[in-house]
Design a protein around this ligand. Structure first.
Ligand code: PMP
Length: 304
């Protein structure tokens, strides 16, 4: 049986003991950054693999740096803490890890300088976050993606997720699965918590960093292996019309993994079935994360 453990105030402790004071600064202002990491269990190999731990550690610390969160920790130290927590927990199933760096002082006044920050991590067992088998029904959100110059979208800043929550609720309350954001210039940005790709004339296209997106680690991984597999992958501005008329549309993200879109604003995408390119990308992704591709085993951190 796995143990429900968390990393809190410098120690690994039972999760029910990891409790925050209601005056915690980050809770008032969303002044925190977080990560989302998956580890996949391969029952044949009897091992658990963290996907792209190096990249996740780097992004979390860079997110903290962008906001000037007062934490002194190296990438190596952060990776070791994550590894130790996963090992001590003893999971033999797919899990999701949520590390976050938050302003932990009991203080008022929104700011990043001169407020103590801390690291905390918890773990949840998790399979699909959105269905990866059936097509997702989506809408273009009436909410615009927060601009990179309002809250840096390359940082996974807690406060920025008010924007995501508004879009997600609007989509679900309209009977749909997910929302797609446009950026402040009106170009396609991303989903509420995932990056977006379209297929056009057989080419894979995804909004570039200038469209107020999070630089997804899944996105980066897909771009890398799709190119190696001979696909042309282009990062550029994507218009709303291109979304509606794309041959295929899919999302990528740690939570969403690789999930495909069958409908946007009542327009059917392609023939409403999973597209050929998406299917190839999705199959390869699931093989890679379960350590069934030696070529990509360096993306995985083996736990046991
Ligand atoms: N965009 C947003 C807004 C997200 O929250 C996420 C999830 N982390 C992603 C994209 C996908 O990023 P990643 O592949 O690193 O999980």
């Amino acid at each position: 049986m796995a143990k429900n453990l968390s990393y809190f105030q410098g120690k690994i402790i039972p999760s029910e003991k990891a409790m925050l004071n209601i005056q915690t600064h980050a809770l008032q202002y969303g002044t925190m950054v977080f990560g989302g990491i998956r580890a996949y269990y391969n029952s044949t190999k009897k091992n658990l693999y963290i996907f792209r731990l190096d990249e996740h550690a780097k992004r979390l610390l860079n997110s903290a740096k962008m906001l000037q969160l007062q934490i002194k920790m190296t990438e190596k130290e952060l990776k070791q803490i994550i590894f130790d927590l996963v090992l001590a927990s003893g999971y033999k199933e797919n899990i999701y890890l949520r590390p976050f760096i938050y302003t932990s002082a009991l203080q008022l006044s929104p700011r990043f300088h001169d407020v103590k920050a801390d690291l905390a991590i918890y773990i949840l067992p998790l399979n699909d976050y959105l269905d990866t088998k059936k097509g997702l029904r989506t809408m273009i959100s009436t909410w615009r993606r927060i601009d990179d110059n309002s809250i840096p979208t390359m940082s996974k800043a807690g406060g920025g997720y008010v924007n995501s929550a508004l879009a997600k609720s609007e989509a679900v309350q309209n009977g749909l699965d997910e929302a797609i954001f446009l950026d402040s210039k009106g170009y396609v940005s991303e989903g509420s918590a995932e990056n977006i790709f379209i297929v056009r004339d057989g080419k894979i296209i995804t909004p570039s960093l200038s469209s107020s997106i999070l630089e997804g680690i899944t996105r980066k991984s897909l771009i890398e292996f799709a190119k190696k597999d001979g696909f042309e992958v282009i990062e550029r501005e994507v218009t709303r019309g291109e979304l509606y008329t794309a041959e295929e549309v899919f999302f990528s993200g740690t939570g969403v993994q690789v999930a495909w879109v069958s409908e946007i604003d009542k327009r059917m995408i392609g023939n409403g079935k999973i597209g050929e390119v998406t299917k190839k990308i999705q199959d390869k992704f699931f093989k890679i994360v379960h350590n069934e591709f030696d070529e990509y085993s360096h993306w995985l951190t083996k736990i046991y």
